[in-house]
Design a protein around this ligand. Structure first.
Ligand SMILES: Nc1nc2c(c(=O)[nH]1)N[C@H]1C(S)=C(S)[C@@H](COP(=O)(O)O)O[C@H]1N2
Ligand SMILES: [Mo]
Length: 535
């Protein structure tokens, strides 16, 4: 008589039979599938790059000794990555089955095993160099879903398939494979859990494929040449001062502000921009059509309304794009329109005065930033850049629609949230050096100042309570970009000193010392730093 010969077993077998094990194992597998599926789905949509399987794979690649790596590559060649992924999934499935069995016999050890596996995935996701906090989400989802599903399923195991701890299974208990209401219910729940996991996995793969397609399209895309080039930056526009803010902000250092939980990934082959609302002709343009138009380069400073005095939510880039006024001219706005409500693919909106998009300034639909396609997080494939207006009322990234409307009819995203409907950038200036303590003697103080649409005409600095002294201005690129300034403090004495800066614009307006908060329409006040001068 074998242990598996159920018909001749008079009482409940003491040893584990396969029949006794497969149901808890199935509960473990289904739970793992649900956890993994929902985690991959989450990763695909909100944290591409934090796929638990792929990040564990990357971790394995990082920690495996070179010899093993060479062996695997030698054995499997270019299929090494697939082999790795399949191995990870198989190991996961074995551990999942084990977790099911453990949980059915020694709760909560099954759940603990699930948490341990989740912790490894979490560590893997967060140990990538480019990891953000969002990348923790998929692993946490996996852990939570799998642990809950495992508890749910193992507590619904047919009595016969529970561990020996379950004393209620007496000698008269039916065999584990006996069809009964208990068993049927368990199988249905397990099937549903596994099914959810499979559907989520498929959804995640579709999402990941869409992301890959968009990334491939971006990688293959080369910026067309500009028809109108930005004039070479004047040689005198940059001071040779150590630590001064560079005149052009590199893309990697450019501040990023948006409401997007994850960066929209738009496939440029399907991108379209619609001009709608109060127009004589609705206009629609796709990416290829936009790129075929004569594109113009212009250097424009972009500032965030949330930039406090002295803050760094401001950058200066050379953008490549098409003038919005020319597209609006095709659409022919009606006489009563006074606002363009631009909409991002992810639903963000900005209300821009129509005038700012039709006058002579370089308000553009940008596709390039400092010679590269727009970085994903700066609005790829197309964003707006409008000189003189804070980003929240003008600089819509991932833009897909321009609707001609009126300020008394519609509001941009931030307006009902306590920010002004209109947001012209305020005159301001910032001290960038010195940053640390300096030796006594001659100290260079330098920074940037901006007054878009008007231009900066003077900058002065004040040391302690001394007189305001004129700084030297670098050449301006245009009225729409910031301007470097520098002042040589020739007799810095040991001790703590305060240094303030104040700009004057070309219309004679002197930067106010009255402080205003960033809300509702931009901070004012003077940037002041303290400098410790050593003897
Ligand atoms: N789609 C979208 N575009 C947006 C925003 C946003 O939240 N979503 N934020 C705006 C704000 S407040 C600013 S300051 C600028 C910042 O642009 P950057 O991230 O490229 O520096 O983008 C603007 N465009
Ligand atoms: Mo902003």
């Amino acid at each position: 008589m074998s242990t598996f010969d159920r018909s001749s077993t008079p009482t409940r077998p003491r040893t584990f039979t396969v029949a006794l094990l497969w149901q808890p194992a199935a509960a473990g597998l289904a739970s793992a599938l649900a956890g993994l599926g929902l985690a991959e789905l989450t990763a695909a949509w909100i944290a591409p790059g934090a796929s638990p399987v792929l990040s564990v794979g990357a971790l394995v690649i990082d920690i495996v000794p070179a010899g093993v790596k060479d062996l695997v590559i030698g054995l499997f060649g270019t299929a090494d990555k697939i082999v790795l992924i399949v191995t990870i999934v198989l190991v996961l499935l074995v551990l999942a089955a084990l977790a099911g069995i453990l949980e059915s016999r020694r709760p909560p050890f099954g759940r603990l095993l699930v948490v341990l596996i989740g912790a490894i995935a979490l560590f893997a996701a967060l140990s990538r160099s480019s990891a953000s906090t969002l990348d923790a989400v998929p692993a946490v989802v996996a852990m939570g879903v799998a642990a809950i599903a495992l508890t749910f399923l193992t507590t619904r195991l047919p009595r016969t398939a529970r561990g020996p701890a379950d004393a209620s299974a007496g000698p008269d208990a039916p065999s584990p494979d006996t069809p009964g209401p208990d068993r049927r219910r368990f199988l249905v729940y397990t099937g549903i859990t596994a099914g959810i996991g499979l559907l989520a996995l498929i959804g995640g793969q579709l999402g990941a494929a869409a992301t890959r397609a968009a990334d491939t399209a971006r990688a293959l895309f080369t910026l067309p040449a500009a028809s109108v080039r930005q004039a070479a930056l004047p040689a005198g526009a940059s001071f040779d001062v150590a630590g001064i803010t560079p005149l052009i902000t590199p893309n990697a250092d450019f501040y990023r502000i948006d409401t997007a939980l994850s960066v929209p990934r738009i496939n440029p082959t399907t991108w379209r921009l619609k001009i709608t609302g109060m127009v004589e002709n609705e206009v629609e343009i796709d990416f290829a059509e936009l790129l075929a138009l004569p594109l113009e380069e212009s250097t424009t400073t972009l500032a965030c309304v949330s930039n406090y005095v002295g803050g760094d939510l401001i950058g200066n880039a050379t953008w490549l794009g098409y003038p919005i006024r020319k597209l609006l001219a095709r659409a022919k706005p009606t006489r009563d329109a006074d606002m363009v409500l631009s909409t991002s693919q992810d639903g963000f909106t900005a209300g821009t005065p129509l005038e700012a998009l039709t006058d002579a300034r370089n308000a553009i639909l940008a596709v390039g930033m400092n010679g590269e396609p727009l970085p994903l997080e700066h609005g790829y494939p197309v964003r707006m850049v409008v000189p003189g207006l804070y980003g929240y009322v003008s600089a819509t990234k991932w833009v897909v629609e321009l609707k001609l409307t009126r300020f008394d009819q519609e509001q941009g995203y931030w307006t009902p949230r306590g920010w002004s409907p209109r947001g012209p950038v305020k005159l301001s200036s910032r001290i960038d050096v010195p940053r640390a303590s300096v030796p006594a003697g001659s100290v260079v103080i330098a920074g940037v100042a901006w007054s878009q649409r008007v231009g900066v005409s003077a900058v002065a600095v004040q040391i302690d309570d001394g007189p305001w002294r004129e700084a030297t201005l670098a050449d301006a690129i245009s009225i729409d970009t910031w301007r470097q300034w520098a002042y040589t403090w020739s007799d810095a004495t040991a001790g703590e000193h305060s240094v303030k800066v104040r700009a004057t614009d070309a219309a004679g307006l002197v930067q106010t010392s009255a402080t205003a908060d960033v809300a509702p329409n931009g901070a004012t006040g003077l940037h002041e730093i303290s400098v410790s001068v050593s003897a």
